[in-house]
Design a protein around this ligand. Structure first.
Ligand SMILES: Nc1ncnc2c1ncn2[C@@H]1O[C@H](COP(=O)(O)OP(=O)(O)O)[C@@H](O)[C@H]1O
Ligand SMILES: [Mg+2]
Length: 322
C-alpha cells in the first residue's frame, strides 16, 4: 500500500524520506540550542502555506510570538501577512502555561479546526513539560497529546530541546510513540570549525536515508547539503587512532587533499565545481564517496557516479605510487 506523503518544504529533505512525511504523522525534532529546530519547523509551515496550500498552526511555548515573527522576517518569511490571510496561526501560549495542558490543547484544537489546518508545530514540547505542575505526570501529558494529535489529523512537529552534551533524546516515551525522529546536531570538527549535521533516526513506513546529512542556516533558511562522503570502517578506525596522538590534525591535513578533483579522469573544472557543492573537495573524498549519494544529489546516472568514484580511486592510488 502506498503511503501518502506530505512535502516538507525543506529543499532536498524530502529526498531523504521518500518524498515527505507520512500523512498524519507525529515527528520529533530534536537538537541542541541553536541547532535550527525553530528554523526548520517555520520553513515547514511557511512553504506549506505558500507552496502546498497547507495551512498550519505554530505554537510558541518557549519564545514569544514577537520574537518569532521578527526572527523569521530575517529569512524573508512574513508570518504576520500569512496570519492576516488566514493561512497560518501563531499561538503564543507561554503566558497561559499555568492554565493547564488541557486548556492549551483545546485552544490549539479550536484554532486548527477554524483554520482547517493540516500542519502543526509545537515549539517546544520540552517547554510544555517544564510548565507543568510537578504533580502532573509527564506520561499522562504525553498520552494526552498523542491522542490529541491523532485526532487532529495533521502532520505535527514536536520540538525537543536537547541540553548541551546530552545524548538522550526525550524522556523515553515520546520516542516510541513518534512516527519520526529527526536529530539536528551541531559540533566542532577536527579543525575547530562549527558544523551542523542532520540524522533521521526513525521514519515509520519509510526507507529513509541512513547517512548523516550536512546542513546550514543562511539568509534563505535551512539548507541541506548532502550526506557526508561515507568513510569506510578501516579509514574511520585509522582516523580515530591518529586523533589520539598530538599533532593529529596537521598530519591528517598533510595526507589528505593532495589530489585535485580535476585530476580524476572524466572530471573537468565545471564538473569539479558541481561535485564540490556536495562537500566532496578532493579526489580522496570522491574515492570514499557512495555513488548512490552522488546520484541522489547531482542527478547523474548511477553509471556515471560509479565511474567517477572508480576513477577517483585510480587517481589517488596513482598519486601515492609516484
Ligand atoms: N538570519 C540568519 N542568517 C543566518 N543564520 C541564522 C539566521 N538566523 C539564525 N541563524 C542561525 O540559526 C541559529 C538559530 O536557529 P534556531 O532555529 O533558532 O535554533 P533552535 O530553535 O534549534 O534553537 C542561530 O544560532 C544562527 O546560527
Ligand atoms: Mg528554537
Amino acid at each position: 500500500m502506498l503511503i501518502q506523503r506530505i512535502p516538507t518544504g525543506i529543499p532536498k529533505f524530502d529526498e531523504l524520506i521518500e518524498g515527505g512525511f507520512p500523512v498524519n504523522s507525529m515527528i520529533l525534532l530534536v537538537g541542541y540550542p541553536g541547532a535550527g529546530k525553530t528554523t526548520f519547523s517555520a520553513q515547514f509551515l511557511y512553504n506549506g502555506a505558500t507552496k502546498h496550500r497547507a495551512r498550519g498552526v505554530y505554537v510558541c511555548f518557549a519564545e514569544t510570538k514577537e520574537t518569532f515573527l521578527r526572527n523569521m522576517l530575517r529569512f524573508g518569511w512574513d508570518f504576520e501577512r500569512l496570519e492576516q490571510e488566514g493561512r497560518v496561526a501563531i499561538l503564543d501560549l507561554s503566558v497561559t502555561r499555568e492554565a493547564g495542558l488541557q486548556k492549551n490543547l483545546d485552544t490549539i484544537m479550536e484554532t486548527m479546526a477554524s483554520l482547517n489546518a493540516s500542519r502543526l508545530v509545537i515549539d517546544s514540547f520540552s517547554a510544555i513539560g517544564m510548565g507543568l505542575k510537578e504533580s502532573i505526570d509527564i506520561r499522562i501529558m504525553i498520552h494526552l497529546l498523542y491522542k490529541f494529535l491523532k485526532k487532529a489529523n495533521c502532520v505535527s512537529i514536536l520540538i525537543i530541546d536537547q541540553p548541551w552534551g546530552s545524548s538522550s533524546i526525550g524522556e523515553g516515551i515520546s520516542e516510541f510513540l513518534a512516527d519520526g525522529i529527526i536529530h539536528l546536531e551541531t559540533y566542532f570538527d577536527e579543525h575547530e570549525m562549527f558544523r551542523r549535521r542532520l540524522r533521521i533516526l526513525k521514519m515509520r513506513g519509510t526507507n529513509h536515508a541512513k547517512m548523516p546529512c550536512a546542513y546550514d542556516i543562511n539568509s534563505r533558511g535551512f539548507v541541506l547539503f548532502t550526506p557526508e562522503p561515507s568513510v569506510p570502517k578501516v579509514e574511520r578506525k585509522r582516523t580515530a587512532k591518529r586523533k589520539e596522538g598530538a599533532g593529529a590534525s596537521s598530519r591528517r591535513t598533510a595526507r589528505r587533499g593532495t589530489v585535485d578533483l580535476t585530476e580524476v579522469k572524466g572530471i573537468g573544472p565545471k564538473r569539479a565545481e558541481k561535485i564540490k557543492t556536495l562537500g566532496i573537495r578532493f579526489a580522496e573524498d570522491l574515492a570514499e564517496s557512495n555513488p548512490e549519494d552522488i546520484v541522489r544529489f547531482l542527478g547523474v546516472s548511477e553509471k556515471v557516479a560509479s565511474t567517477w568514484v572508480r576513477n577517483a580511486k585510480a587517481a589517488v592510488s596513482k598519486k601515492k605510487f609516484f
